[in-house]
Design a protein around this ligand. Structure first.
Ligand SMILES: *Cc1c(COP(=O)(O)O)cnc(C)c1O
Length: 382
């Protein structure tokens, strides 16, 4: 062979029997087949063999299989982010002309998709009170195909009675999807509580270091797997093997990070409870959190994100001043990494309550907790 041809020959020269603790980063779009008869375009790669990098390299499928094992799923799909996971579920479960239900405490971009893309394809997505429980029955219509749950809710932290919603939904043949990002897929057992399809933003706790964007969609059973798979294929939700490799590394330290984050977060939340300027603290382990009793019944722990409100004698500008005065806490969205973050929601949209710009969400990181409390105290000298 000419050296120019040798440059392109994919045949391995080095031994391939290298057994490491780390999952290799497999790059690759094209998959080589043994002969023409073996050529397929099958998204069921875990069962039927590799066909194309778009449906997952061994790095992505390793991450998927580990998550499925941890969550007790039939199968997990890895997608480019939490929002892509939400889109995959909507587009798999909501045909044109159907009706879906989403709690008004859902992640903002979920509601934006409901009112944007889904409305555009003639799907009506109706917001509901996250604390509705079994009362969801009254909202189910003949054309309802999907009920979203997110527990706790974004920013306002309502804990939902997922089993009651599942019972009402299944009685009418409606599927239930859960955004299980808060619980990192582990502090709330989605499938033991009857959910059909569970997603999480791996961006948060599994990544754990604010340096990657990935999402996971886990199917309860064959029916959910068969519904999601073709849409996953049609949308072309390919992920980077480098990001999957980082997420696999994140899994190795998930338990110790969650332990440390839980105890530091409880310390900060309890300190806020006693602060004279603080009105309510919305942390699932505290009785002041809406749905706290359901949390105690259904969850095995808490993680690092919660919110609190200031008393009404402070203005929205005072609250913005507080966040700007923080030094250790950084101002930023997203959460689940090693840094503590704070953000004000000046125009939080909730039908039953006007927070008047006095609600702040905190994400607790791995800094020394005494430094975090000191930082909050100095910024609260109004
Ligand atoms: C962050 C987040 C998402 C979206 O995840 P991305 O990876 O940022 O797209 C979805 N749901 C919840 C509850 C989130 O907090």
């Amino acid at each position: 062979m000419d050296w120019r041809t040798k440059l392109l020959d994919p045949a391995p020269r080095a031994r391939r029997d290298y057994t490491s603790l780390a999952t290799p980063v497999y790059r690759g779009s094209t998959v080589l087949f043994d002969d023409q008869a073996a050529v397929t375009d099958d998204w069921r790669q875990a069962e039927n063999g590799y066909s194309y990098g778009l449906y997952g390299t061994p790095t992505a499928l390793e991450l998927a299989a580990r998550l499925a094992d941890i969550e007790g799923a039939r199968e997990t799909f890895i997608v480019p982010g939490g929002q892509a996971a939400i889109a995959l579920i909507y587009l798999s479960y909501c045909p044109a002309g159907s009706h879906a239900l989403v709690p008004y405490s859902a992640y903002g971009p979920n509601k934006a998709m409901a009112e944007g893309l889904m409305r555009g394809v003639n799907v009506e997505v109706e917001p509901y009170d996250p604390l509705i429980g079994a009362g969801i029955s009254d909202l189910i219509r003949d054309n309802t195909t999907l009920i979203w749950c997110e527990s706790p809710g974004s920013v306002t932290m309502e804990i939902q009675d997922v089993p009651a919603i599942v019972q009402a939904a299944h009685a009418r043949g409606v599927a239930v999807a859960l955004d299980n990002t808060y619980a990192a897929g582990v502090m709330f057992d989605a499938f033991a509580h009857g959910v059909d399809v569970s997603m999480q933003a791996l961006t948060k706790y599994v990544g754990g270091h604010s340096d990657l964007l990935l999402g996971a969609v886990s199917a309860r059973d064959d029916a959910a797997y068969a519904k999601l798979g073709p849409i996953y294929q049609q949308l072309g939700l390919a992920v980077s093997p480098d990001d999957c490799s980082l997420a696999l590394r994140g899994l190795q330290t998930l338990a110790v990070r969650l332990d440390a984050l839980e105890s530091a977060t409880l310390k900060v939340a309890n300190w806020l409870v006693d602060h004279p300027r603080v009105d309510q603290v919305f942390h699932p382990a505290l009785p002041s959190c809406p749905g706290h009793k359901i949390w105690a019944r259904d969850f095995t722990g808490t993680t690092s994100v919660f919110s609190f409100t200031f008393f009404e004698d402070l203005s929205a500008d005072d609250v913005i001043g507080f966040v700007n005065a923080l030094k250790v806490f950084k101002i930023g969205m997203s959460w689940g990494g090693v840094n503590s973050l704070a953000v004000v929601y000046p125009n939080l949209d909730r039908p039953n309550h006007d927070f008047g710009g006095r609600i702040v969400r905190l994400n607790i990181g791995l800094e020394r907790v005494e430094d975090l409390v000191e930082d909050l105290a100095q910024a609260m000298q109004f």
